[in-house]
Design a protein around this ligand. Structure first.
Ligand code: SF4
Length: 148
């Protein structure tokens, strides 16, 4: 179940996510749902080891949108991005493919505004969890105003 191709239609901005290491932020959209992360063996094992329950997390980012319910912490998007839009959610500041804290980690689009629309991350993501669409930048601007 890749990211909803119609996103952000049928989603609501529910939170403003602040990067712990910079002034960057992105929106979080719900509702989430259980998807690839809930059935991936490495992700399931990591959650079990941490004593955590897998819950819907929603979509992080708007014009660079990562469905965290589909993200299996593969990290190839971090490797492929020429301008380092992504960092690891649970390992802030780390941008290497294998710098994830563990397989409960997620690719966080903390530098969404730096995107140069190359689509590399969209093409390489193994679960097709990423949607990049310059045309919805205006939706980001409109929605972010609600959280200011
Ligand atoms: S489209 Fe290209 S520049 Fe934008 S986040 Fe993906 S890999 Fe990075």
């Amino acid at each position: 179940m890749p990211i909803d191709s119609n996103f952000p239609k049928n989603h609501i901005a529910i939170e403003k996510f602040k990067d712990p290491l910079s002034d960057n932020f992105h929106l979080v959209w719900g509702p989430g749902r259980l998807a690839e992360a809930a059935s991936d063996q490495k992700v399931k094992a990591a959650y079990a080891e941490n004593g955590e329950e897998i819950k819907p997390m929603g979509i992080h980012g708007t014009f660079v949108a990562v469905d965290w319910d589909s993200c299996i912490a593969d990290g190839v998007c971090l490797l492929s991005c020429p301008v380092k839009v992504f960092e690891w959610y649970k390992n802030p500041g780390e941008t290497g493919r294998n710098d994830r804290k563990d397989y409960t980690d997620k690719a966080s689009p903390v530098k969404e505004a730096d995107c140069i629309w190359c689509m590399a991350c969209v093409e390489v993501c193994p679960t097709k969890a990423i949607k990049v669409d310059q045309a919805i930048m205006d939706i980001h601007e409109k929605e972010i105003a609600r959280f200011s």
